[in-house]
Design a protein around this ligand. Sequence first.
Ligand code: SAM
Length: 250
Amino acid sequence: MPATPAWPPQSAPRLFVETVLGAGVSVALDGNPAHYLVSVMRVKVGDTVLLFDGQSGEWAAIARDVRKRDILLECMAQTKPPESVPDFWLCAAPIKKGRIDLIAEKACELGVARLQPVLTRRAVVDKLNLERLHAHLVEAAEQCGRTALPVLSEMVKLDALLRDWPQGRHLFFADETGGTPIAHALREHSGPAAFLVGPEGGFDPQERESIRAHPAAVPVSLGPRILRAETAAIAATSVWMAMNGDWNSQ
Ligand code: SAM
């Protein structure tokens, strides 16, 4: 007897939408999302599309009406509950365009709850296109199966970040001049956390001093080599996720 095909199909396109999802909710799409579904993925009436809105989990929706430039979908059943996001923030200095995009993409895939850009003195970039970064977060979430997008915060200056630091959150400071080896530091400090990673030029001595003086700061070493900022951000996030995050759950 032929096996019953899996529903929803594993190959169904997956899309972030702004509409709050629920059983029976209609989702009308035009513009880029409709172009992606209709012209790129060739969705036809009756096909299944997976949708998520960042808060209601993931839903299988059926295409009810398909035109060249718009598409109407109807939410049928929840396929994933809202995800529980590990309490980890990545605080990263802005770096050159393609590289900060890479940080956003990987931060989302690795499971961060918040991406906090932090302006430091040696940053070679002092403006960020948050819309572009948001688009990278959305694309990464669509691809990796996340149902919640990381929060993308406005860029803040380092002194403001330190001044307004929330009580009870460890601030692991990736310090290329040395610190506690990362695995050791993470074993000793569980709970809500953030990693602070500098720009291409690193932190200046005064910045390093004020970070180290902060009561929440834990200076951490990522090994004997100087990593590029994006490598440091990805490596630190990965180690935290493996040791104190959700990489131990099935
Ligand atoms: N310009 C600096 C230098 O030559 O010493 C290097 C800065 S590094 C490219 C960018 C950021 O990555 C640093 O500010 C730090 O946050 C992090 N980083 C790189 N290598 C690291 C290491 N071995 N341990 C801890 N943090 C590191």
